[in-house]
Every structure is written in C-alpha cells, then in structure tokens.
Design a binder for this molecule. Structure first.
Ligand SMILES: [Zn+2]
Length: 404
C-alpha cells in the first residue's frame, strides 16, 4: 500500500469523545440508556457533528443515525453504537462512532458513519443493526419492551419522536465493507503489553434454560432416601458441566451459569422445582455443537438416573461471525506501521454490531486496550494516546481498503 500521509486530529477526536461523555455523565462514566432523553440528545448532537463534517445525516424509525458522505466513488461504512449499559463506561460504542466521524473528516470522502441503536439491548437484541440489514420486522418491534422498566418499544419510539419515521437498510453492494472499532472490554491486550487487536471472528453465543422437576416437601420430616430435591439435581447437573466442558471446549471457550432459582426457595422446604440459565461462547461452530451435545448427554443421563425430571431448552444460538481476511490484513499493516510489534489478531468474546453487518458485506473490527479489562462499569477507560493511536490505524486501513 502507498503509505498515506493522512493523519487524524487526535485533539479533535478526544474533544468530541469528552463532549459525548457529557450526555448522561455518571461519575467518570455514562448513564445513557436507549431512547432516554440524553440518548436522543446525543443522537441529534452526532447529526450536527456529521453535518459539520460534510456528511448528510439521517435518523430513522428505530433510532439509527447514518451520515452519508457525498460523491460516488468506493465507500466504506464505519460505526458502532451510542447508548450505554446502565451506569456504564464512556467508550463502549461511543469510541467506534467517533472514530468513524474522525476518519470521515481525515479522508475527506468515501466514508459513511453510522450509530446503530440499542446495541446494548435495553429493548431487544441488536435492534438497530438488525434493522439496518433488513432483519427486524414490524412484529419484532411490536413485541419488544424495555428489560428494566417494561415500557413498550413502540411507546419509547413515540416519545423519542421516531414513531412515524421510515427505517433505512444498507445495501451491501454499495459498500466495500464495514469497519467497527471498539474497546476490547477484556484485558488480553493490556496483559500482553499490546496496543491494537485485529478481530478474527466474533463468538457465537448459545443459551439454555434447564428445568428440574422434583417434589416439594418438609425439610424436617422428609427422609433423605425418599426426597426428590430439584435443587440437588441442579447442583449435580452444574457439576457435570464443570467436569466435562474443560475436556471438550476450545482454547477460548467460556461458559457461565448466570442464574439459579429454587422453587419455592425457603430454608425449611425441599425445593420442588429448580431452574438454571446457562450460556457458552466460542468462535468455532464445531465446538459450540460439541458443547450442546454434552448438555444433551448430561440431561439424558440425569433423566435416566433420576429422581428428578430434567428438561433442557435452547433459548438462542447465534452464529459465529468470521471477519474479512483482506480487511484484517489491511488493519495488520496499518497497525504495524504505527505500533510495530504491538498488535495481535484475536477473537471477540463479546457480541458486536459487526456480526450482523458481516451478513451483508465484508466486515472487520479493531480493538484498543481497556485499562484493567474493565467494561460495562463506569470506571471503564482507555489511555488517551491509545485512543488516538487506534483511530490513526483505523483511518489508514480504511484509506488502504478504499485505494484498491
Ligand atoms: Zn459496545
């Protein structure tokens, strides 16, 4: 690639990020839930910044904001999301959107910038990016409500002034591809002393509910030999998962029992019912299938040996998403130029909008280090010089891809 002399304006980028943090400041982080007043203010503020940068901004009926560059040469779409988890960090999502804007300013053309609505899932799962690739139906919108306070998505869209706006979809053929920068949200880069992560794939997340049906009874008078204790059945099941998964997983598999409930849940009652929510993540379909087969096997053996009935229900299976090889190479080259030897390829253990965009166009992601690996918490942070470095690498990779 011809080494470009294009440089991003680090002070301008940081100034925009600091300004964006003022929409919903919480300690050193941000509280900016989807479609809250501050969230909508931040979307309109972004549209102003886009206009200043020579982009044509539009906000659509699901809250997605896109700024389209003028001209009709080859184009790239860059972006991420603006809303945050509750009382969370100032960079999760915001970084990728403001990088997009800064790259658009630095390159002067060929870049469209997007902020996908509700990546953080206050009302659903990736509503904005799914809408943007045509996978979100009106019925999906009718059915969605806020997971914290229950407000319907329709009511929230109406209050946000978005009720009657059309929704846009991006045409994969009109873009060379999609680039999303994000904080790592883990400590792999920091622990290795590295500055840039080039994402190889985004993990698939498979989730399950496991139900245990026993018999509720008196905890003082029911002999151990005749109990059908659903809580004990649950603990045995979880122990089998912990025993078998390490022998079958991939090098980066993770699994979590995130919630356990016992029914009725009292000190002096043998639980008649129990339930656990379990999820695992991996970038390799074969590993995901192997772990699911293991759950089915544990369930079958538990039902055979008794005394409680076990029911395994799959709740969701997302497909691992492979990032574009030539985009990864462009990011590698740009990283090597600006941070020689300080970059690595790595999978993403968290879900991102890029996994949906990858269905309609080539997509890739760049990570910058998270201090202490902390994210989804107000103390989330990245060093200013790392923020600026990441933007420079992204800009140069984008220029490289557009110059082909
Ligand atoms: Zn995010």
């Amino acid at each position: 690639m011809p080494p470009s002399n294009m440089t991003i304006d680090g002070a301008r980028l940081l100034g925009d990020l600091y300004r964006l943090r003022e929409f919903g400041t919480f300690k050193t982080g941000v509280h900016r839930p989807t479609f809250s007043e501050v969230d909508m203010q931040s979307r309109h503020w972004l549209m102003e910044r886009m206009r200043e940068a020579g982009l044509e901004p539009e906000i659509d009926g699901i809250g997605n904001v896109i700024g389209r560059g003028r001209g009709d040469g080859p184009r790239l779409l860059l972006g991420s999301h603006l809303e945050t988890q509750n009382e969370a960090g100032w960079l999760d999502g915001a970084l990728g959107v403001m990088y997009g804007l800064e790259v658009a300013r630095a390159l002067g053309g060929g870049i469209d910038v997007v902020a996908w609505a509700d990546e953080e899932g206050h009302y659903g799962s990736f509503l904005g990016s799914r809408s943007g690739i045509g996978l979100l139906t009106e019925a999906d919108i009718d059915a969605a409500s806020n997971r914290y306070h229950g407000k319907s998505l329709r009511a929230a869209l109406k209050e946000a002034g978005l009720a009657n706006r059309p929704r846009f979809t991006v045409d994969g053929n009109s873009y060379r591809g999609y680039l999303e920068a994000h904080i790592e949200q883990g400590d792999a880069l920091e622990a290795a002393g590295l500055k840039i992560g080039v994402v190889t794939s985004i993990v698939g997340i498979w989730q399950y509910r496991v139900n245990f049906a026993g018999v509720q009874n008196h905890a003082g008078t029911t002999r151990m030999a005749i109990r059908k204790d659903a809580g004990v059945a649950l603990v045995k099941f979880a122990t089998e998962v912990e025993r078998l998964f390490p022998t079958l997983c991939g090098p980066r598999s993770v699994w979590t029992v995130g919630r356990i409930t016992l029914d009725p849940g009292a000190a002096s009652i043998v639980p008649g019912g129990a339930e656990m929510l379990l999820q695992f993540r991996d970038a390799d379909m074969a590993v995901l299938k192997r772990l699911e087969a293991t759950l089915e096997d544990i369930t079958a053996r538990a039902n055979k040996s008794g005394p409680c009935a076990v029911t395994l229900t799959n709740l969701s299976r997302s497909i691992p998403s492979v990032m574009d090889a030539s985009f990864q190479a462009a990011l590698d080259r740009a990283a090597e130029r600006h941070a020689p030897g300080l970059h690595q390829r790595m999978p993403s253990g968290a879900g991102h909008d890029a996994q949906w965009l990858a269905r309609v166009m080539p997509a890739a992601m760049l990570f910058v280090p998270s201090i202490g690996g902390i994210s989804h918490h107000w103390s989330e942070n990245t060093a200013d010089e790392d923020i600026v470095l990441g933007a420079q690498v992204l800009a140069e990779a984008a220029a490289d891809i557009l110059a082909r």
